[in-house]
Design a protein around this ligand. Structure first.
Ligand code: TRP
Ligand code: ZN
Length: 883
């Protein structure tokens, strides 16, 4: 556990304080004796003093929770007065210029509930070293700018642990005394220690191969617990598709002869890109039609691709220090998004990403954890694997691609790899490669790496009928509630809509164009763009494809939005206009709720929704996205003070009113989209299911017995998890005996299947039903609930605290108390996951006085807990710090 000593507040680390290491490590030889009670780790490190390090400088290695058994230099035991083994370090005075350091330590993987370092999951051994877990395995220079070649011997009991894996190539295996065996793995590529991995257990392999474009055959292995061997096919196909795509799109070929993926049930995050040996949360590997939804299939495809893409963006070229995390994460998210867009529908993919960005990242950016994509300081690095570093980081890469064009971006990527293969580099190095390859200046653009908060772009249009000219004025402003800040370089993609559809654009200056879209570059506080030959007053379609992660302020009538919704040729923008209209409608309704006025759903809005339902240009997935009303968290962001109950009442009212108004067409859609055969995971079928389940959701909301019957039947008859889960969700929101019997059936069928049971918990935790809090309380005591399993903890508590605004922020404060209790219970065991959960309190200042008071009291209670981890401490201290 990473507990601060009482009285010593953990100190932040600053980006500006970066220094090169005094020593480096070129070779690492490890031998693991895996045991039931403890594991012994023998390490021999070839250490070298850096040339500008003064002779005599001490060598300070990181180490945590290690029991030191032996330390030797060049084979000679080190006298006790030559080293100091402290709680987080091993310091060796004056070790020399080049030497082999040998240490032997004992560790206790079976007690490691933090799931960082070497730990056990389902009886198997596995590792997680990013960001700073390797120091919990052996003494080391645990920083990404120390890159070494590794040779690893794993020894274990043969019967219990028949499979022994580590990074690179298996070069030797053999038998040992006492029923034990071993395997030796060599990784030819130098790597930072955060990419080290080891797995030992009773696992089965689903294998395949991939022939690279240069003709090498790579062996692909997906390792899972024996029961899961029939759920690996989609992961393998996704891996093969990702390998092909990275060759075709970026010219990147895989470099080892084997690529392994291991699925584990206890994992703090999604997956980890360890060189040649990815370790995955089982959630992002395992899929079978009856256990995984269409969204799960998509999630697997994108996470498999993400970790694969890291082989070049992260592993071959890595980060100099952890402040540069977005160098690999923003870029790799951007790459996996390009891939997903190519594999499916670009518009659907983009809408999903933007929705998530606005819901989660914009909220982070306006709260106490706001930070630049390249943070300036941190106390616990694990707290900075954030939606800002990942998703906003990906947006920043995307803006550079928009500015350079696809070909220019590719040139920049090529130069980046050419310059930096095998190195640990910075975000500035990346930007320099893009700029140099294209002969452009990205200096001002670089400010996006330091910028905090969501910038505002204001737009104003003036039409001059006599001159047939339209002037669009764009202005940038600092994020709401922040002042100053430097001027950013912002690409704003625009199109103009005339009375008869999109207009061909004639601009008085050169801009990048594609089709009827122009990319305007805003670098000044304010700038006007003049469009010529505009026959009539147009409606501007702004920020197409969400070309920059900003908040757009523009005066538009509801009628303008309805026109964009109907006629904008850009699918993303049609969706966005619809969401903006829905947002207005819902916020007005919430105002009516608060004022006690009678509620009525805007007729124009209903008409626009009816048109979408019948619109041939929209596929089923797009219709479902367009007809899903903005969620309550998103709506709350638009209010001075989040009106929790009024927003909920308004949204619930709107759902029912829309369902009532569109009852017949929705029913027709539901009938017309019935399955015609067994489940197939293909685009047209996914679209069909999305639309059908959207219709079902609205219909069940009407509460009519016949319509509830539809959900019950779908739940009972469907052959796949997508349709079962959707029906179950409807029934849970509806309540009543149908809910209880469906939940009981689902539990009886799936209680031995952890990933499916997670859905059972999560669906109940996100429910709109008024009794949700009491049910979540009861579920926290359910025999199948396990706070120590991260997926299970997230499925109940994360879903409740981070996604169910209305129930978590109950007026009576019981939602707050529940989550705070669990944070305190979890923190001593798994501070990383506890820190994610406590972030539910971050937006506390956005609520009314009573709710503020309630959340603040919980934050103070947590802060007062003796021995609180530095992970949770950092989040809570930031939340409570004066705004
Ligand atoms: N680098 C991983 C990824 O995004 C994620 C990761 C970072 C991680 N830290 C972790 C995974 C800790 C598990 C535990 O691909
Ligand atoms: Zn990543």
């Amino acid at each position: 556990m990473t507990e601060a000593k009482p009285g010593t507040a953990p100190q932040p680390i600053f980006r500006k304080d970066y220094r090169r290491p005094d020593y480096t490590i070129d070779r690492v030889d490890l031998r693991f004796e895996l045991g039931e009670n403890f594991t012994t780790v023998h390490a021999s490190l070839a250490v070298r003093r850096m040339h500008d390090t003064p002779a005599g400088a001490p060598l300070v290695l990181d180490g945590e929770n290690l029991v030191l058994k032996r330390v030797a230099i060049d084979g000679r035991e080190l006298p006790a007065d030559h080293y100091v083994a402290g709680p987080t370090s091993l310091t060796i005075a004056d070790p020399g210029a080049a030497f082999t350091l040998t240490t032997v330590v004992e560790i206790r993987p079976q007690d490691n509930l933090e799931l960082s370092g070497l730990y056990r999951s389902s009886g198997n051994f596995c590792t997680q070293c990013e960001a700073e877990g390797f120091r919990r395995i052996t003494y080391f220079l645990d920083r990404p700018d120390v890159m070494a070649r590794y040779s690893v011997v794993v020894e274990a009991d043969r019967a219990r642990y028949p499979v022994l894996l580590a990074n690179g190539n298996r070069v030797e295996t053999g038998e040992l005394d006492g029923g034990r065996h071993f395997a030796r793995w060599d990784d030819p590529f130098p790597k930072p220690c955060y990419l080290f991995a080891l797995v030992a257990g009773d696992l089965r392999c689903h294998d395949g191969e991939f022939v690279t474009r240069s003709g090498r055959t790579v062996r692909l292995e997906i390792w899972v617990e024996p029961d899961n061997i029939d759920r690996c096919a989609h992961a393998l196909r996704s891996l093969q598709a990702a390998m092909r795509w990275d060759e075709d799109t970026f010219g990147r070929e895989y470099d080892l002869d084997i690529y392994m993926i291991v699925a584990v049930s206890d994992f703090n995050m999604g997956a980890m890109e360890n060189k040649g040996l990815n370790i995955f949360n089982a959630k992002y590997v395992l899929a079978r039609p009856d256990t995984a939804t269409d969204d799960d299939y998509d999630g697997i495809e994108s996470v498999i691709a993400h970790e694969y893409f890291h082989n070049w963006t992260g592993n071959r070229v890595t980060c100099r220090d952890w402040f540069q995390l977005t160098l690999k994460e923003g870029l790799t998210v951007f790459r996996d998004r390009l891939f997903s867009a190519d594999m499916g529908s670009p518009a659907v993919a983009r809408i999903g990403d933007v929705l998530a960005l606005r819901t989660n990242q914009f909220a982070e950016d306006s709260g106490p954890m706001a930070h630049p994509i390249r943070p300036e300081s941190y106390i616990e690095m694990n707290n900075f694997y954030t939606t800002t570093v990942y998703e906003k980081g990906a947006e920043v890469i995307g803006m550079m691609r928009t500015l350079l064009g696809a070909a220019g971006f590719r040139r920049g990527m090529d130069l980046y790899f050419e310059r930096h293969d095998g190195q640990a580099v910075t975000c500035d190095d990346f930007r320099a490669a893009l700029a140099d390859a294209n002969g452009v200046d990205l200096e001002q653009f670089g400010r996006w790496y330091s910028q905090v908060g969501t910038p505002v772009v204001r737009a104003r249009g003036d039409y001059d009928a006599a001159a047939r000219a339209y002037t669009l004025t764009l202005e940038q402003a600092p994020p709401r509630g922040r002042d100053g800040g430097e001027l950013l370089h912002i690409p704003v993609a625009v199109g103009l809509l005339g009375p008869d559809g999109p207009l061909a654009l004639r601009l008085s200056e050169e801009t990048a164009a594609s089709g009827d879209t122009r990319v305007l570059e805003l670098r000044e506080r304010s700038r006007s763009f003049r469009f010529e030959d505009v026959p009539a007053a147009p409606v501007a379609s702004l920020l197409r494809g969400f070309s920059a992660p900003v908040e757009l302020e523009v005066e538009r009538s509801d009628a303008d939005l309805a026109r964009l919704m109907a006629a904008d040729p850009d699918e993303f923008s049609r969706w966005d206009a619809g969401q903006e209209l829905a947002r207005r409608v819902l916020l007005r309704l919430a105002g009516d709720v608060e004022a006690g006025r009678e509620l009525a759903l805007d007729r124009e809005f209903v008409a626009a929704c009816a048109r979408i339902l019948g619109d041939e240009r929209f596929d089923g997935s797009l219709k479902a996205l367009a007809l899903t009303l903005p969620n309550e968290r998103l709506l709350g962001q638009q209010q001075q003070v989040v009106a929790v109950d009024a927003l909920h009442a308004a949204r619930q009212f709107a759902v029912r009113a829309l369902a009532r108004a569109l009852r017949e067409p929705l029913l027709a859609v539901y009938k017309a989209t019935a399955p015609q055969g067994p489940y197939r995971i293909e685009r047209a079928e996914v679209d069909r299911r999305k639309l059908r389940n959207l219709a079902l959701g609205y219909l069940v909301a009407l509460g009519e017995p016949d319509l509830i019957r539809l959900a019950v039947e779908q739940f009972e008859l469907s052959d796949n998890m997508t349709d079962s889960e959707a029906a179950l969700a409807c029934l849970i929101d509806h309540g009543g005996p149908e809910r209880d019997s469906a939940l009981a059936r689902f539990h009886a069928r799936w209680h031995k299947d952890p990933l499916v049971l997670d859905k059972w918990f999560a669906l109940q935790a996100v429910s709109t039903h008024p009794d949700t809090l009491d049910r979540v309380l009861a579920l926290a005591d359910h025999p199948d609930f396990n706070l120590l399993n991260p997926n299970r903890a997230r499925s109940l508590l994360g879903a409740f605290g981070l996604r169910n605004q209305h129930q978590f922020h109950r007026q009576d404060g019981r939602g707050h108390a529940l989550v705070a209790d669990k944070v305190l219970a979890l923190d001593p065991h798994n501070p990383q996951v506890a820190a994610r959960l406590v972030a539910a309190f971050n937006p506390w200042r956005r609520f009314d006085a009573a709710r503020q008071q309630s959340m603040r009291a919980q934050l103070e209670r947590i802060a007062a807990q003796p021995g609180l981890s530095k992970s949770v401490r950092e989040i809570v201290d930031r939340a409570l710090a004066p705004a």
